[in-house]
Design a protein around this ligand. Sequence first.
Ligand code: ZN
Length: 242
Amino acid sequence: MKIAFLSDVHANLEALLAVRKKLQDLHPEKIFFLGDIVGYGANPNECIEIIRELADFSIAGNHDWTAVGNSSAESFNPSARHAIDWTRDRMSAASIEYIDGLPLQKKTKFFLCTHATPENPQDWGYIFTDSDAAASFGHFAQPLCFIGHTHYPAIFTLRPDGDIDSDVPLHARLQKNCRYIINNGSVGQPRDGNAYASFGMLDTASSEYTLVRVRYDVETAQTKIIAAGLPHILAERLERGR
Ligand code: ZN
């Protein structure tokens, strides 16, 4: 079965439309969404509607949860806070109800999906480094954990001897005797220096994982952010992918 893992759309409709089009070519059997539909971008309600329709299941991210008042914006920087206040004022009743009903994690026999970390997902911790990953491998039982949140694609591998290493491969064949934490990057606000939208595809039959990058209309997304009165930095960073 081919499964697509999407994360961190951040109300960037142009990026999400480009990813949806790419998914039509790749035709995965399942699409899982790993959190943060809203925050930063100018089209929260439109993106919620698309994810609702597109994803077989969704979990909430910290921006989603903060927009509906389930988490505090305390740790947000000023532009993130500005954007979340702007978002909250514009979310429809249907959008709020949908986001408020999302779980924080999804478990199957083979993988755990969580926006931030497997442990204490509501604390919104980050997995950036091998030692961050080392602290998390003991908190899920499945071979695989799919995450978002950092907006940096990465595969953290726990080898049978206990060693952990990480890489950002475009293609990887997952080994049966290893366990993995996989970050699929961000659809709507990539931060790894590549401005293209990012998501992951897993073929469960061949154990092959692919990181997919998709070009999208960055300029329109930027124009909308500025027209909405959102901080200019949120528009500028889209073209830098930082
Ligand atoms: Zn995010």
